[in-house]
Design a protein around this ligand. Structure first.
Ligand code: TYD
Length: 232
C-alpha cells in the first residue's frame, strides 16, 4: 500500500471518529444520575461499569460521591466514616448536609450548567436510608434537604436492591477492621436501611429505578443500561 493510501485510510478513520463524537455531543444534555444501595450491594462494581459505558459512548460526564466530592465535603466524609467519638444520627445528618450543600453548589450544579452528565455515588436518599435508620424523621430530612439542594434533584436514581441477609458476608471485617462505622452496624440496622430505601423508592417513584441486585454482575448492568437508555 502506498503512503498516500495509508494516509487516506487514517484520514477516514479520524473523520468517522470525529463525526461520531460530534453526533454524541449533539445528543448531550445535562443529566443527574445517582447510585444508591446498602453496603455490599455491588454498587461500586456497577458504578465502574457505568462510567466505562459513558466513556465508550463519548459522553461528557463527571463522577463524584457522597459523603464527599469536594475538598470541604471530603473532610466531612472523614469525620462521618471514621469518627471514634459518639455522634447522634441528627448530628450526622447535619454534618453530611453541610457537605452536600457545598457539593451541590460548587460541583454538581456547575457541571450540569455546562451540560454534563453527573454521576454520583450516593446522594440525599442515603440520608433517608441511614440517618433515617438512626432515628431522624423523614419530615426533617426532607425539609432540610430541600434547603440544601436548592432544586438540584437527580433525574435518575438506581437503587441496587438486595436483602441485607444476602450481603452479610460482604460486610465482614477486612484487615482486622471494618471499612467504616456503618459497615459494623448489626443486621437490624441494615434491615431498617433497606426498609427506608423501599419508602424512598415509593416516595420518588418517578426517578427511582429499582434494580434487582441479586443477579449476576452482567445482568444487573444490563438492567442499569436499559433504564438509562430509556430516559436519556
Ligand atoms: P462508602 O465507603 O462510600 O460506602 P459504600 O461503598 O457502601 O458507598 O461509605 C459511605 C457510607 O456513608 C455508607 O455506609 C453510607 C453512609 N452515608 C450516610 O450515612 N448518609 C449519607 O447521607 C451518605 C451520603 C452516606
Amino acid at each position: 500500500m502506498t503512503i498516500v493510501a495509508v494516509a487516506m485510510i487514517v484520514n477516514v478513520i479520524t473523520m468517522n471518529k470525529r463525526v461520531k463524537r460530534e453526533n454524541q455531543m449533539k445528543k448531550q444534555k445535562p443529566f443527574f444520575v445517582t447510585f444508591e444501595g446498602d453496603d455490599g450491594c455491588g454498587k461500586s462494581t456497577q458504578l465502574k461499569l457505568f462510567l466505562e459505558y459513558l466513556q465508550n459512548k463519548g459522553y461528557d460526564f463527571i463522577s463524584t460521591r457522597e459523603p464527599g466530592g469536594t475538598i470541604v465535603a471530603e473532610e466531612v466524609r472523614r469525620i462521618m466514616l471514621h469518627l471514634k467519638e459518639d455522634i447522634s444520627a441528627e448530628e450526622e445528618f447535619l454534618l453530611v448536609s453541610a457537605g452536600r450543600a457545598n457539593h451541590v453548589r460548587t460541583k454538581i450544579k456547575p457541571a450540569l450548567n455546562e451540560g454534563k452528565i453527573v454521576v454520583s455515588d450516593r446522594f440525599y436518599d442515603s440520608s433517608f436510608a441511614y440517618q433515617g435508620a438512626g432515628g431522624v424523621s423523614f419530615d426533617k430530612i426532607k425539609r432540610i434537604t430541600e434547603d440544601v439542594i436548592q432544586g438540584c434533584e437527580p433525574d435518575l436514581t438506581f437503587w441496587l436492591c438486595i436483602k441485607p441477609e444476602r450481603t452479610v458476608e460482604r460486610r465482614v471485617v477486612r484487615n482486622g477492621e471494618y471499612q467504616d462505622r456503618f459497615e459494623e452496624k448489626n443486621l437490624d440496622y441494615h434491615n431498617a436501611v433497606f426498609e427506608n430505601y423501599e419508602k424512598v423508592a415509593k416516595m420518588y417513584s418517578k426517578r427511582v429505578c429499582v434494580i434487582n441486585a441479586d443477579q449476576t454482575i452482567e445482568n444487573v448492568f444490563k438492567d442499569v443500561v436499559s433504564a438509562f437508555e430509556k430516559l436519556y
